[in-house]
Design a binder for this molecule. Structure first.
Ligand code: NI
Length: 224
């Protein structure tokens, strides 16, 4: 009797939870969620009109809607394109209010599309599907602007060079069913740039700005 009950429970459980299915060659995966870019920045000092102001830059975190699309070339390897709505970061002086214009220098907006090849360990019996990946990033900066106070103080024409660099990540899919999964990933992107601007008629520069962010994504994925 007891034996029968146990096997009945097992059968019921088996019916309720279909075997976790790993990804397969030919799968297209689309994911949407939240992506946070947390810069681990450093820069040289601000040089304005040939004078070293003795002040560097800091860059704040920003979170946006993250979207990625992946295609499985084999059961274990996919190619993934990461996209997002534009990230907008406050750029601050590294010391509080050095010019009498406040602590914020300005803000920059960027898009950091990244193409990554990922390797899945692919344990068919587990709902957890971890992977590691590496690839390339191209970061496009736009809408660079000084705060009103800094513009009033004579700063203008802020421009940041676009950046091409390497990226690496670890991530995991939690397989809910054949179609849906939940994804989490942590990615490092090497983003390096230089900033140029004007101080009145003179040139200004901040060179060797290493933004080098950690990028955290939580998303829901669907397999086609
Ligand atoms: Ni770097």
């Amino acid at each position: 009797m007891r034996k029968h009950t146990l096997s009945a429970i097992c059968l019921t459980l088996a019916a309720l939870s279909p075997l976790a299915s790993a990804h397969q060659q030919g799968d297209w995966v689309v994911r949407g969620g939240l992506t946070t870019v947390a810069p681990d920045e450093s820069s040289s000092n601000i040089i304005a009109g040939g004078t070293d102001l003795g002040v560097a830059l800091t860059v704040d975190n920003n979170t946006q809607l993250g979207i990625n699309v992946a295609y499985f070339l084999t059961d274990n390897i996919n190619l993934e394109l990461l996209a997002a709505t534009p990230f907008k970061h406050d750029v601050n002086f590294s010391v509080s209010d050095p010019l009498g214009t406040g602590t914020q220098l300005g803000e920059v907006t960027h898009l950091p599309p990244s193409l990554t090849a990922n390797y899945y360990f692919n344990d068919a019996n587990s709902p957890f599907q971890p992977y590691v990946g590496a690839g390339v990033n191209y970061t496009i900066f736009f809408d660079e602007e000084f705060t009103g106070a800094n513009s009033d103080a004579g700063l203008s024409d802020l421009s940041l060079d676009n950046s091409f660099g390497l990226t690496a990540q670890v991530g995991m899919d939690y397989i809910v069913d054949k179609k849906w999964h939940v994804n989490a990933s942590v990615r490092f992107i090497d983003i390096d740039t230089d900033a140029t601007f004007k101080v009145g008629e003179a040139d200004g520069v901040v060179s060797d700005i290493e933004i080098d962010p950690w990028v955290y994504t939580i998303s829901v994925g669907y397999t086609f």
